[in-house]
Design a protein around this ligand. Structure first.
Ligand SMILES: [Zn+2]
Length: 378
């Protein structure tokens, strides 16, 4: 049995605790207790120890995209985001042809099994193709199609060890049947949709439980037509993603949504291959986009094409731009996304019996150390 001990400030049980001794045994967290001074065998950590960050919506980074359908690309994306604090992710695909989507899922499934210095892929998030052409954003409109139970069944068979979260538009043909068929097995997320408030409420009744990048690519909230955004805000249990890059959603709205949906927001990056790369032109499936000085990724017509965000930066923006306390922000990048993926019993918290996925953040929110199941990334 390998044992390591870390001593320092840590985010445990919803608050920051000083002089905390964390024991890691065989990749899992063992005992956690207050200890006046660092024991001789413990590593003293000067910065803040937080649970590993969990990104349930990420397409790429470091020049690679999950839609590339290549094992090497999967490795690049997961290594890049791990260096930026993400220890667990849902590899996210786009609307693509049947064969491209299948090969993307196959490469994710294969690469997720091999141990390497990277974030753990626990889930696949097909974002489309059963979405609205009217709210396609930067997705391939030609690839959008009616929902197909057989197609999803086949994708699940390619990756039986991974969980699925699927973004769908409730108004698309076959989506109701798809949700009702797989509701016990798959997390359905409402997104890229032109639906109104009542359509979105109906989709929650069919079994959807999540909203993809709240505010982006959906109907907004008007006081006489609350839209999809209104349905998310008033729903009792549904969760929603926020892209906290300061571009997709105004910081004031990040703040309002977070306060209105306590414990129901998951920060996501929606990062594309340009994340971690210089300014310039890149590919998003069949579209070309440009990354500008501000870090925004846009198609030629100005449509946002994902982000260049990292989870570390999302946390930082929620504190520095949206003005929220770190104790409130950290669970949105850890505990809530773990719960959404159904892995809240082993990830998302620093607690005994949990996987030793730990990130050390400096006072400026830089990632100084990353541990995935107790193994430190170098
Ligand atoms: Zn996306």
């Amino acid at each position: 049995m390998t044992t390591q001990r870390l001593w320092g400030r840590a985010f445990v049980g919803g608050s920051i605790r000083e002089r905390t001794l964390i024991t890691i045994e065989d990749g899992q967290i063992g005992e956690i207790r207050e200890f006046a001074q660092a024991p001789a065998d413990a590593t003293r950590i000067a910065d803040l120890i937080v649970p590993g960050l969990i990104d349930i919506h990420v397409h790429g980074g470091d020049g690679a995209d999950f839609m590339d359908g290549a094992d090497e690309a999967v490795g690049r994306v997961s290594s890049f985001h791990a260096r930026n604090g993400t220890t667990t992710m849902a590899a996210t695909t786009l609307s693509g042809s049947r064969s491209d989507l299948r090969s993307a899922v196959m490469s994710i499934a294969r690469a997720s099994k091999s141990a390497r210095q990277s974030a753990e892929i626990c889930a696949i998030h097909p974002e489309g193709p059963y979405i609205s052409t009217k709210r396609a954003g930067a997705q391939s409109v030609e690839s959008i199609r009616p929902a197909d139970i057989q197609e999803i069944g086949a994708l699940i068979n390619e990756a039986p060890h991974l969980r699925f979260i699927i973004t769908v538009a409730p108004e698309i043909e076959g989506v109701r049947a798809l949700i009702e068929h797989f509701r016990k097995q798959i997390v359905f997320s409402i997104g890229h949709t032109a639906a109104d408030y009542s359509d979105a409420v109906a989709a929650l009744e069919w079994g959807a439980s999540h909203f993809t990048h709240l505010f982006n690519a959906m109907t907004g909230m008007h006081h006489r037509e609350p839209g999809v955004v209104g349905a998310a805000l008033v729903s009792a249990a549904a969760t929603a993603e926020l892209i906290a890059d300061g571009i997709h959603v105004h910081p004031a709205v990040l703040r309002v949504a977070t306060l209105a949906m306590p414990n129901r927001i998951a920060l996501v990056t929606d990062a594309v291959r340009a994340a971690g790369m210089p300014r310039g032109k890149y590919k998003l499936y069949d579209h070309e986009f440009t990354v500008t000085e501000s870090g925004g990724a846009r198609l030629g017509n100005g449509t946002l094409a994902g982000s260049t965000l990292t989870m570390q930066r999302a946390v930082q923006n929620m504190v520095e731009l949206a003005g929220l306390p770190i104790e409130l922000v950290l669970p949105l990048a850890t505990e809530v996304p773990a719960r959404i993926l159904g892995i809240g019993d082993r990830k998302g918290r620093i607690a005994a019996g949990y996987d030793a996925d730990l990130v050390v953040l400096t006072a400026k929110f830089d990632v100084s150390r990353v541990f995935v199941r107790g193994r430190e990334l170098r």
